[in-house]
Design a protein around this ligand. Sequence first.
Ligand code: ATP
Ligand code: MG
Length: 271
Amino acid sequence: MTAKVLSFLNFKGGVGKTSTTALTSFNLAKLGYKVLTIDFDPQANLTSLFLKTKSISSNDEIITIDKALMSAVNEGTNLQNIVIPIVKNLFLIPNAVDFSMYNRFLDRNLTSEEEKIAFFRNRINPLKNTYDFIFIDVPPTISLPNDTAFFACDQIIVVLQTQERSLSGAEVLINYLQQTLIDDFHSTVDVMGILPVLSKRNAQVDEEILNSAIKEFGKENVFESKITIMERIKRMDLTGITDNDHDVWDKRVHKSFTNVAKEIIARLGVE
Ligand SMILES: Nc1ncnc2c1ncn2[C@@H]1O[C@H](COP(=O)(O)OP(=O)(O)OP(=O)(O)O)[C@@H](O)[C@H]1O
Ligand SMILES: [Mg+2]
């Protein structure tokens, strides 16, 4: 196998990138794919969510981490050494606050822009034979560190909050990927599509933005699957990802993200 490397993206904070990454990965793993998630954010939200998830499935044992991404980068060791299993088929490379030093690390250790941008892609290349999917969860910034993550990606999925009343965020982002990564650095990254996150509080605005997105980017570039606002997802920040077959709210969340997972598989044309 050669893993497909993906990232959910939006430059605004708090639009659901981390939750979407976690729940999509969780459901791809449930479908039988081997999934590695990489927390690329020193705020470590994905790490915290997945360690809680691991803790529930291992009888509430408290899980601590020895090494996070920055140590492995500094030491130049194989990233596989710091991978933590979460649940069956799902794995995590954890992050921690020391990752704010990554920018400085790139500046000190690499000279050309080309070397810097390709750094992370080279570091995850050896992992690709072990997984079907690798997801990188990035913080909401336009920065060299994030560029190294996008440069490592095969596909980027743009997360669009439809209550924003404007598509400008998605437009800026797509132009940025095109100009910076593709034109300047000859990245082969592709935008897989736009995944709408609907507010429901204002269905008419949702509908309008969705229609403009279809008009602007083409129907085929907007995901059929849509995420709605579900209170259960917020609760999972505290509890970890719960997946109780007898709980209607858990079932709703996972049904929604199984659809996203299946659509990703269909769009990639993988088995
Ligand atoms: N579909 C959803 N329904 C309800 N709440 C959600 C949904 N998706 C995310 N949230 C909640 O919104 C908050 C922000 O989500 P999340 O951390 O995933 O966003 P983010 O884009 O990764 O943020 P940041 O830019 O800070 O990394 C969290 O409390 C999360 O539980
Ligand atoms: Mg996040």
